[in-house]
Design a protein around this ligand. Sequence first.
Ligand code: 9MR
Length: 362
Amino acid sequence: MLGLLLVACTRTETIPTGPSLKKTFADDFLIGTALSIGQIEEKDSLADALIREQFNALTAENIMKSMFLQPEWGKFDFALADKLVDYGKKNNMAIIGHTLVWHSQLPRFVYRLTDKDSVSEFFTNHITTVASRYDGKILGWDVVNEALNEDGTMRGSIFYRLLGEDYVTEAFRLAQLAAPNTELYYNDYNIEQPNKRAGAIALIKKIKEAGVRIDGVGIQGHWHARRIPLKDIEESILEYTALGLKVMITELDVELLPRNFTGADISERMKMKDDPAFNPYVAGVPDSVQQQLASDYEALFKLFLKHRDHITRVTFWGVNDGQSWLNGWPAPGRTNHPLLFDRDFKPKPAFYKVIEIKDNLN
Ligand code: 9MR
C-alpha cells in the first residue's frame, strides 16, 4: 500500500510526502518528537520538512534543561528555548518544557553547592523564572524528571539530599504558582514497572494530598525490541488514569542493540566489546529485524489506540535514527535504529505498520 512518493521541495532537497503521523492520529493524541539544537535552528531543511509534515508536539532534547537555561548563577540564556517556542507557534505545534528539576545536566555551579539554603535558592529561582517566562506559551512542563529509583524509593539526588523528600511536591507548588496556565507533569523511565510504578503513584498521591496540582504523568518509553512490557504499560495507563491524570508516552524509542539492563539511567554504561555482535547493524538492518521493530511498534500503537481516551501525547525521542541518543549510550560509537525514520529521513517498515493500524480501523 502507501507507496512513498518523493517530490521536489521548494528548497533544493527532496522530502517524502505521503502518510503523516500527526494527520493519521489527529483524533487520538498528539504525535511529538524531540529536537536537537540544529533542528531548532532549522539548519537542516530535510529534517525541518519532515518535522513539519509528521509531528504536532515538540520537546527540546536538551536545551530547556537547567544547564542550558541557567549556565551561571542567576544568569539565564533563553535564546534557543525562545526560538523553539516561536517555531511551535509558527507551525501550530504544542511545546513541552523538559525539564525544570532533574539531577542530571545541572549547571556546573550547582554541583558545588553543599548547603540547603543555596540549593533551595537555586531551586526556587530556577523554577519560578523559567516556568513563568513560558506560561501560556507552552502546553506543559516536565516539572520533575526521574526522581525515583528502580525499587520505587526516592533517588538520592542533590535535591533529595539537601531539600528532603518533599522537594517534588515543592517543585510542583512553585510551578503551579509560576505557570497557572501550563500543564504540570511527572516524567520518568520504567514507571510502567510494578515497583517503580508504586513509587510514582505514592509520589503523585502525596502531591495531590498537599493540595498541589499535577496534571499528567510521562512514561518515557525507552524500550527494547522483542521485550516491550505491554501488560505493565497497560496496567500503568489504567492506574495513572485512575488518579485523574493524563498519560503521555514522552521519549519513545525501541532499541535494537544488545544490552544487559533496562531503563535510561545515563550513569549506567556498558563496556565496548571488540565483537561484531555488540554492534551488529552498522551496514544496515536486515529485513527480519525491520519486521521485528515494525511488530513491536504495531503492538505499542494498538495499545495506545485502545487507550486513546487516556493518552494525550506520544512523543518519539528524536526525529531520525541518526539523531538518537542510543547511538552513544550505553556504549559509545554504535549504530542504533530505534525510531520510525532512518538516517536519510526515510520512513521505515515500522512507520508504515503504525500508519496501517489506523487505515485498517477506518
Ligand atoms: O537525548 C538526550 C541526550 O542528548 C543527552 O546527552 C542526555 C544527557 O543526559 O539526555 C538525553 O535525554 C534524556 C532525557 O532528557 C531524560 N530521559 C532520558 C533521556 C535519554 O538519556
